[in-house]
Design a protein. Structure first.
Length: 135
């Protein structure tokens, strides 16, 4: 029998991650219930725009179709929501459980796009956010 290969190790890790995610999803069924609000919405499906200064950085978030926020590539990942740090788009994605992640803090899900922007500012530690290239 051949030894452990990188492919087998990655396959096993993916299987364990999927099993852990399913276990966590089964343990918290309220996140999948209709009308559940992990992101602190005022009503189902709606995300409130925000524009604030957090730790000296301007963070903004609006539905992607609103004027004045520039273009961007969303492909459905951000649920039609655009987030910016100092005018540069922060790529965000909404997870199936209602939590949000960004390209900067990908492994730390948060409750909503504002929290994703704040987590990105914390993680950047003063560094500039570089534009995320579109495919």
């Amino acid at each position: 029998m051949p030894g452990l290969t990188r492919r087998r190790a990655l396959t096993a890790a993916a299987a364990l991650t999927a099993a852990a995610a399913l276990t966590a999803a089964a343990a918290t069924p309220t996140l999948f219930a209709p009308g559940a609000s992990a992101a602190g919405h005022s009503h189902e499906g709606a995300l409130e725009p925000f524009d604030e200064v957090y730790k000296g950085r301007r963070i903004q978030g609006r539905p992607a179709g609103m004027a004045g926020m520039g273009g961007g590539h969303h492909h459905g990942h951000g649920a039609g929501y655009a987030v910016f740090v100092d005018g540069v788009e922060l790529h965000v994605m909404r997870n199936a459980d209602g939590s949000w992640i960004s390209v900067v803090s990908h492994y730390a899900p948060v409750a909503g796009p504002r929290a994703a922007a704040r987590a990105a500012v914390d993680e950047l530690q003063g560094a500039a956010l570089l534009p995320f290239p579109a495919n």
